[in-house]
Ligand binder design. Structure first.
Ligand SMILES: [Zn+2]
Length: 391
């Protein structure tokens, strides 16, 4: 899989999709030095609160104006979640017993770094979705200590604390709770605290009253669909169908895409679109929708449908008309690209090889990655002497 992974994350992936107005308002506050130091970022699950918080963090650290420049050292480190003065915290499973409070805090910090590594792989990952988790006393103590230290690289330190409604009431350690509340109320002049929550009713009232709310609004359905087509190379029809289910939560739509892959026809359309697109990003996106283990049940029908699509392409090439294929749909799939019959024949051979791989129980994700690479090579390597297909 690694060869299909893009080398760098492009800027548009890091910006919360569809939140231009909010970014504009927040950016103006940052530019004029009026951004409150304790913010509570609210909005439904999957609307982009993490991306919004990290965008604010990058803008604060970049310091070139009202938005992150994306190219300076600070922005590049922050994009990789490696900025020493941007601290990302989130609820985690309750830690096992430890010999001392210090050991417990070390263990929590180690857990946090494991999850940061996951987020560096996929910034949209849901952390520990199936387990009970919280922001426990030891984690709050770590945050408090980190926030009391001066920033190491820049002049500000930014704390992003996700799902702040999961903060466990600190009856066992009232001093930790009080220290955290004091941090929210009067942060050191160099510190910014960005809390996120999709359950504002569950927030401790003491936290809510000490932070300024910032709402990340749901994105209109056509904009959600545009995200799926422009960023994830999903076909327009499917993008709209999935976007309608997402209630304006862009990244929820992205997740729905993963669980919605049972429609083999649209899955085949997406595979063909990714192969024709040819970029490693498109191929990676398409392959990453398949699991690395098991789930081959959904792969074989998609590959069979893909074979049908390719046969349709050949029919169009030879000028055939009839009921067995739909030239209008093919034309929309190829997005104006010209492909040759030789390329289609090569692609068909690759699909057959992939189907064989599925039969032998190979890793579906790796199988798709290899298939898309071979297909896009076939589509890109068209020789002049073969018959071009025009749509
Ligand atoms: Zn910058």
């Amino acid at each position: 899989m690694s060869r299909a992974r893009p080398e760098t994350v492009s800027a548009e992936f890091l910006e919360p999709w569809g939140q231009e107005d909010l970014r504009h308002r927040v950016g103006a506050a940052i530019g004029s030095g009026r951004l409150p130091q304790s913010l509570l970022i609210l909005g439904p699950e999957g609307v982009g609160k993490r991306l919004m918080a990290l965008w604010i963090a990058r803008a604060l650290q970049c310091g070139t104006g009202d938005s992150p420049c994306g190219t300076c050292r600070s922005c590049r480190m922050a994009a990789r979640l490696e900025h020493p003065d941007i601290h990302l915290h989130f609820p985690m499973p309750r830690p096992k017993r430890a010999a001392s409070r210090a050991k417990l805090r070390e263990a929590i910090e180690a857990q946090r770094h494991e999850r940061l590594a996951l987020l560096r792989e996929d910034l949209h990952a849901r952390l520990d979705p199936e387990v009970v988790k919280g922001l426990y006393v030891a984690a709050v103590e770590n945050i408090r200590d980190q926030a009391s230290r001066r920033p190491s690289m820049s002049r500000k330190s930014v704390f992003v604390i996700e799902d702040a409604d999961r903060m466990v009431p600190q009856s066992s350690s009232p001093e930790a709770a009080n220290a955290f509340l004091k941090l929210l109320e009067e942060p050191p002049e160099f510190a910014y605290i960005l809390l996120t929550s999709n359950r504002p009713d569950a927030l401790l009232p003491t936290i809510r009253s000490r932070s300024v709310p910032l709402r990340v609004a749901p994105v209109p359905t056509p904009r959600v669909a545009a995200y799926l087509t422009e960023q994830l190379d999903v076909s327009a029809d499917r993008a709209l169908a999935v976007a309608r289910k997402a209630d304006g939560a862009v990244y929820q739509a992205r997740r729905l895409l993963d669980t919605d892959a049972d429609d083999s026809g649209t899955a085949a359309d997406d595979l063909l679109a990714a192969a024709l697109d040819g970029t490693s990003r498109a191929r990676y996106r398409a392959a990453s929708r398949y699991s690395a283990r098991g789930a081959r049940g959904e792969l074989a029908p998609a590959l069979e449908d893909l074979r049908v699509r390719l046969r349709d392409l050949l029919c169009v090439a030879s000028g055939a008309t009839g009921e067995t294929f739909d030239p209008a749909r093919i034309a929309s799939l190829t997005r104006g690209r010209t492909v040759t019959d030789r390329a289609v024949l090569d692609a068909l051979a690759s699909v057959d090889a992939a189907l064989e791989g599925v039969g032998r129980n190979l890793n579906p994700q790796a199988t798709i990655a290899l298939l898309l690479e071979e297909m896009s090579t076939a589509f890109a390597g068209e020789a002049a002497e073969t018959t071009p297909l025009s749509f």
